[in-house]
Design a protein around this ligand. Structure first.
Ligand SMILES: Nc1ncnc2c1ncn2[C@@H]1O[C@H](COP(=O)(O)OP(=O)(O)OP(=O)(O)O)[C@@H](O)[C@H]1O
Ligand SMILES: [Mg+2]
Length: 266
């Protein structure tokens, strides 16, 4: 093989779209999502390996949450394929994805305001069972309580979401996702508005979850916090893949720095 051919192959390896069902616990090929005339996700391919923490990075409006929405079935993709655990799941509705072991947190979320922290978490565990909340709480009480303790809300079980500080709300959102017992957790901006120590504490929790076998994809704009947490990152801009690599490779990548000009990549 000539040097030129090898160089060509190396170049195409970073840009080709050949992702298949067995390339990871989650594999996405040529994903596209249009909203009217706007292309929010554009020919995006990537794979997530079991038990990694993948950072999913990009400036505001890059298409990160939309990608989460297409992967979890909240929105049907305009085009492309999504495989989860080796099976094609493109367009599969959210409750079905939850049953298959995929959960996500939302950037803007809405817990049930008139229910306690404990009941909010218990409710997330109940799937689609049509039984009254109070009747079922007994069955899920211990497990829901353990999850609340896990996410640092053990001393706030009977408070309502409105009584929680901002960091507590983010923890509750994580607790509600954990209530579905996921194998893959997509986390959308877990550090938003958190102080340095709070970011560290949430990171420790996410690392623990991974050590227990969970796979995580994490979106956040707090680069310092995110780059310390993740094993690998993919960076998107205008809905397309811009770069992929280790935290150091991402930080040193001129194209990534360019995309973040004014946006503050630390
Ligand atoms: N439901 C929708 N209807 C119309 N346009 C949408 C919808 N959801 C997202 N968009 C648009 O798609 C683009 C990508 O948005 P998205 O929310 O995925 O970005 P993001 O990377 O998550 O940004 P941020 O970091 O600000 O959360 C934006 O231009 C956004 O306005
Ligand atoms: Mg978003």
């Amino acid at each position: 093989m000539s040097t030129d051919t090898r160089a060509d192959e190396a170049a195409s390896a970073t840009t080709d779209n050949e992702v298949g069902p067995d390339d990871g616990i989650l594999a996405v090929e040529s994903l596209r999502k249009e909203f009217g005339g706007l292309v929010a996700v554009d020919d995006l391919s990537f794979a997530v390996q079991e038990e990694e923490i993948l950072g999913f990075i990009g400036p505001n409006g890059a298409g990160k949450s939309t990608t989460f929405n297409c992967v979890t079935g909240t929105y049907p993709p305009t085009d492309g394929t999504v495989w989860y655990k080796g099976e094609e799941v493109t367009g599969t509705p959210p409750h079905e994805m939850v049953k298959r072991g995929m959960a996500r947190t939302f950037q803007s979320f809405a817990p049930l305001e008139d229910r306690s922290v404990l009941k909010n978490v218990a409710l997330s565990m109940m799937d689609d069972k049509l039984v009254t909340m109070d009747g079922l709480l007994g069955e899920f009480h211990d497990e829901a309580r353990a999850i609340c303790e896990r996410v640092g809300l053990g001393d706030r079980l009977y408070q309502t979401p409105a009584e929680l500080p901002h960091a507590g709300m983010l923890r509750l959102e994580l607790g509600r996702a954990l209530g579905t017992d996921p194998d893959l957790l997509l986390v959308d901006e877990p550090f938003a508005g958190l102080s340095g120590p709070e970011v560290e504490s949430v990171s420790d929790l996410l690392l623990e979850l991974r050590d227990e076998g969970m796979t995580l994809v994490v979106v956040d704009h707090n680069m310092r916090g995110l780059l310390q947490l993740i094993d690998r990152a993919i960076v998107i801009n205008f809905g397309s893949l811009l770069a992929e690599g280790s935290p150091d490779e991402i930080t040193d990548n001129p194209e990534v720095q360019e995309a973040y000009l004014g946006g503050g990549l630390e």
